[in-house]
Design a protein around this ligand. Structure first.
Ligand code: SF4
Length: 305
């Protein structure tokens, strides 16, 4: 069979497409990125986000189209025989030979109202062993777990990561509330690829993040922290994010609120402007939100009037 792949809304390495590619190549099929001028027996379309537009053009010269990913159906999953395979990293030449992507756990026990994970994946459960992700010399790992600290299996996997000396980035954030002195000691031993990421989505989480950061630093960690901050109420978001301007090694990252039940929701302008201010590290360090000129002649202090 001749197989085509199409990543509709993201250039980020797509695990599902990489596993589908591995599956089809193992069955003697040819696999290519979709080219509308070519002919294929089957096209797999992957859409990650529910709020992004669908593929805007006609699909031509394709026998069958299979759509998957959260952007099409939050409950879509790969068949077990595909999901167990190693990803075909050759699809993404930008992925270095020593890098791997994966999940150790799926799901999350919490139910934050802005988050799709509980609906999509349910409660937390073991999913893979880190040694089955770090194969063939790939010992720099991007792990996309949603709440790795929330189960004993996740903590045991982090212990293994430390023993194996893998370098990791848990790129979906850890839960600061779960950082005990013992967990902090463990986290301080990990070889972090970039920084340690937490969620700081509510006013209450400021104190939890501060406590976790202090504990981990007291165990010898000298790197950066990265805080995902969702934007909801203007004044509250402004206060929560501004709180972190005092510490140059703590980098907030603002994310406009997306109503998961309303994919057509428009992002308020203040959220776009605040995200632009926060997410440019130098700008955030140098300039207050009030003094940020979001557009020619428009300073964000006007939001406070
Ligand atoms: S803790 Fe994180 S993954 Fe879990 S529901 Fe809240 S935002 Fe989602």
């Amino acid at each position: 069979m001749k197989i085509a792949l199409l990543a509709v809304d993201s250039d980020y390495p797509n695990l599902a497409l990489m596993k589908l590619s591995a599956y089809h190549k193992a069955h003697g099929d040819t696999v290519h990125w979709y080219n509308p001028f070519d002919r294929y027996d089957r096209l797999y379309m992957a859409k990650v986000f529910s709020f992004t537009p669908d593929y805007r053009y006609y699909i031509t010269n394709v026998g069958e189209v299979v759509r998957g990913g959260t952007g099409y159906d939050i409950h879509s999953v790969l068949p077990g025989e595909v999901d167990r395979l190693q990803p075909d990293y050759s699809l993404y030449p930008g992925v270095a030979d020593n890098m791997a992507y994966g999940f150790l756990t799926r799901g999350c026990p919490n139910h934050c109202r802005w988050c799709i994970v509980p609906q999509k994946e349910g409660g937390i459960r073991p999913y893979m062993d880190v040694d089955d992700i770090a194969v063939a010399g790939r010992d720099y790992l991007i792990l996309m777990d949603n709440n790795i600290l929330a189960c004993g299996y996740g903590l045991a996997q982090i212990e293994k990561i430390v023993r194996r000396k893998y370098h990791v980035d848990f790129n979906q954030a850890l839960d600061a509330r779960l950082v005990t002195p013992e967990v902090a000691r463990l986290l301080a031993k990990v070889r972090w690829m970039k920084r340690i990421r937490f969620g700081c989505d509510t006013p209450a989480q400021i104190a939890h993040c501060e406590r976790a950061i202090e504990l981990i630093r007291s165990c010898g960690y000298r790197g950066e922290f990265f805080l995902y901050c969702i934007l909801m109420d203007f004044n509250e978001s402004y206060r929560r994010i501004s709180h972190w301007r005092k510490d140059k090694k703590v980098l907030p990252f603002a994310q406009p609120y997306r109503n998961i039940d309303n994919p057509h929701q428009r992002i308020p302008q203040w959220q776009t402007d605040m995200a632009r201010w926060v997410n440019r590290k130098e700008l955030f360090a140098k300039c207050s939100f009030e003094d940020f000129e979001a557009r020619k002649g428009f300073f964000c202090r006007e939001y406070f009037y």
